[in-house]
Design a binder for this molecule. Structure first.
Ligand SMILES: [Zn+2]
Ligand SMILES: [Zn+2]
Length: 210
């Protein structure tokens, strides 16, 4: 089984965004399904360099990695590029998340969170379980507001608790919540607050208690 770029991103994220190749190899071994290639270090370095614009073997596409000491320094410390989550990409809801992103671990945690929300297969499987989806926080249904233009639209949010965001665990459908775009943003803006807390807050507000 070849090692995927996603495994390397997840490994680096869980290591705080920066690590020596040896550490990355150890972490990928925990995440990637076995068997690993015979020389996992070489394979991982090759994958990294294909996504590192400074490297000769850069293949184009998303520029995900950089070498801490320069690609020619041969010291093997690799970093995730912080700008890989461009705020201009609508899938990368990052605005205001700095509320809880004060430490490098927080940044890595947010990256894991966003990564999981972009894992297409799982998101598709999750959405397939929803019939006429509505927002779990405010109850809004896109088809009610936008008719056919919005029918079936919903966003998937990963409910993983902030405390365990740095763990290299896998995502299950039950970890996902269906949210409208507004509630999804508000949750990200407020330190990935629990969906239930926003739901409670909104219903209290509607009842005129806040
Ligand atoms: Zn909502
Ligand atoms: Zn989210």
């Amino acid at each position: 089984m070849p090692i995927s770029v996603e495994h390397i991103v997840d490994a680096l994220s869980s290591l705080g965004g920066e690590a020596h190749l040896d550490k990355i190899v150890e972490r990928v071994a925990l995440i990637a399904p076995p068997p690993l290639p015979r020389d996992p270090g070489a394979s991982i370095r090759a994958r990294i360099q294909e996504r590192c614009a400074e490297a000769k073997s850069y293949k184009g596409g998303e520029n995900l990695f950089e070498s801490k000491f320069g690609v020619n320094a041969r010291r093997g410390v690799w970093k995730l590029r912080l700008d890989q989550l461009s705020p201009s990409n609508p899938d990368n809801i990052q605005d205001g998340s700095d509320a809880f992103i004060s430490a490098p671990e927080g940044k890595a945690a947010l990256r894991i969170h966003l990564r999981r929300e972009r894992s297409k297969k799982l998101i598709d499987a999750f959405k397939a379980t929803l019939n006429d989806p509505c927002c779990e926080a405010c109850g809004m249904r896109f088809s009610d507001v936008y008719g056919d233009l919005g029918a079936g639209y919903i966003e998937a949010h990963h409910k993983i608790p902030v405390s365990s965001l740095d763990e290299a665990s896998c995502t299950h459908i039950s970890d996902l919540a269906a949210l409208c775009a507004n509630c999804h943003r508000i949750i990200h803006k407020n330190g990935l607050m629990p969906v239930e807390d926003l739901a409670r807050f909104l219903s209290r507000r509607r009842a005129g208690k806040d």
